[in-house]
Design a protein around this ligand. Sequence first.
Ligand SMILES: C[S@@+](CC[C@H](N)C(=O)[O-])C[C@H]1O[C@@H](n2cnc3c(N)ncnc32)[C@H](O)[C@@H]1O
Length: 237
Amino acid sequence: MKNYFLHPDSIRSLFDNIAPTYDFLNHLLSLRRDLYWRKMAVQELNGLKGWILDIATGTGDVAIEIIHQNDRQRKVYGLDFSEPMIKRARQKVFEKNLSKTIAFSLGDALSLPFRDNTFDASTIAFGLRNIVKKEQALFEMVRVIKRGGKVIVLEFTLPEKGLMRRLFPVYFQRILPRLGGLISGDRGAYAYLPESVLHFASAENYEEAMRSVGLESVGSQSLTGGIASIISGMKKC
Ligand SMILES: C[S@@+](CC[C@H](N)C(=O)[O-])C[C@H]1O[C@@H](n2cnc3c(N)ncnc32)[C@H](O)[C@@H]1O
């Protein structure tokens, strides 16, 4: 798989800087589609119970959605390497009175601080794109889940055809960096986002990477004309 390279320290400070406006801009720039995409990705858990690990959890929206869809039988552990992002996640979870079911900690997706076969599933939303060693991150997500558990990836993908194929680069290269830069005050961050998407990948690339780390029953679901995709797989029983 190709990588659009940015050093992990730069990625971390990029997210440290945009943490205060991250949620607002996500909803604005995606016209609130991001909420629907996360909801659909979490539905892929198919009623699965137990402990779920959300990698690159950011401000915690996937973690919160996981509990929202099944509040009695799930617990979530969210992990991210940006302290300001995690701080906002903790604040949201506290305000929603979910501190008993969701815990967060700082950590690197490339070296998860958990034993093998600990969780029932692992998820990552809009995070894998930013990680240079994607197979290593996927390998870690597989290592820490139990046999038969699921790995779910939600990521921007380049639409293959149709109207979205033509609109997507225009929006991502012209509109998004200006609007994102203006509101967050960090033009660089919102210029990086389109680059990281446009230099990247189709759902098939992600499927391939997931198979390469030994996942089975790998498949994907295209969302909103292919702008985003959910790619999932199962750890061998
Ligand atoms: C675009 S945000 C996605 C946040 C959240 N999952 C969401 O759906 O909004 C990407 C997140 O990945 C985190 N991240 C990037 N590389 C990481 C790594 N190697 N280890 C842990 N977190 C990482 C960043 O700090 C950032 O919070």
